[in-house]
Design a protein around this ligand. Structure first.
Ligand code: MBD
Ligand code: FE
Length: 283
């Protein structure tokens, strides 16, 4: 993780930091069943062989691919690359039978253990944190709309410059990260600021692919959320802002219509507010 001040920061640090965060999370994971490895690895390789045949891949291209794969690892960008270009399909398959809240990809920048609050939180932020103040609130319920007490709503987001704390230098550790535990009414209220669109680091291997292919590197502004409760399936989601840049061409293909917020100006003071409820499926 990037915790020390780097005199010469590059955006690629954020992709690299995601590798250390992921390694920590994966340490205790169960091994994957051998028959399943056989099936999936065989199918993945066959799909790749088909691409090579169909597009008549040359040796020069094969070597360029090898060099690029090596660089993704050297840059520590496997979590970044996979979450941007692959995770959306894993999420689609993994949540196909949900009846409650729609979710989307987690991405590489969640960190467990954010500061906890009861019911209402002003997210940790710097004095004069840039960005439009945002009041974001709602209720966590079961599928019938009954409020769930003791649900946790974990929110993490980029700042108004598009940077995430712990993945870019010079930002306080838990900036714009926090978890609310709901009370008996199932409600949560976050006081935060509107995030900015996020640009995939352009100076690492992922950015090199994006520019070599002539794609763009942008995600629309978003809030990340994980909502969970006892005996309920947890939901990992992101919420976007209506009319925002790249809402229709997210490089990570993670926008869904149900995830688009339409905030309105607050009646007194500065900023905007919006309500969003989460209905959780039973476990
Ligand atoms: C992000 O902020 C993000 O949400 C995803 C999915 C990938 C890279 C950066
Ligand atoms: Fe993000």
């Amino acid at each position: 993780m990037t915790t020390t001040a780097d005199p010469n920061p590059t955006a690629a640090d954020s992709g690299r930091s995601a590798t250390a965060t992921f390694a920590k999370k994966e340490r205790d994971a169960a091994p994957v069943d051998s028959a399943r490895v056989d099936t999936v690895a065989r199918a993945a390789l066959a799909a790749l062989h088909d691409v090579i045949r169909e597009h008549e891949l040359t040796y020069a291209e094969y070597d360029a691919l090898k060099a690029w794969l090596i660089r993704v690892g050297e840059d520590g960008e496997w979590p970044l690359f996979l979450d941007v270009f692959v995770e959306h399909v894993v999420e689609e398959v993994g949540t196909a039978d949900r009846r409650g809240a729609v979710g989307t990809i987690e991405g590489p920048y969640h960190v467990p253990g954010a500061p906890e609050f009861a019911g209402e939180a002003t997210l940790p932020m710097r004095d004069g944190e840039p960005g439009t103040p945002l009041r974001f609130r709602g209720t966590v319920t079961d599928l019938d709309g009954n409020p769930i007490e003791g649900a946790t709503v974990d929110l993490w987001q980029a700042d108004a410059d598009g940077y995430y704390s712990q993945f870019a230098p010079g930002i306080p550790e838990w900036n714009l990260r926090g978890t609310i535990r709901t009370g008996s009414n199932g409600r949560y209220t976050f006081h935060t600021v509107q995030p900015a669109p996020y640009q995939i680091p352009t100076d690492g291997a992922t950015g090199a692919l994006i520019s070599a292919a002539g794609w763009h590197a942008w995600r629309p502004a978003h809030l990340h959320l994980k909502v969970s409760a006892p005996d309920r399936l947890p939901v990992t989601s992101q919420l976007y802002f209506d009319g925002g840049d790249h809402i229709a061409d997210d490089v990570a293909q993670a926008v869904k219509p149900a995830l688009i917020l339409r905030p309105t100006p607050v009646t007194s003071g500065r900023g905007v507010e919006v309500t969003y409820d989460f209905r959780l499926d039973p476990a």
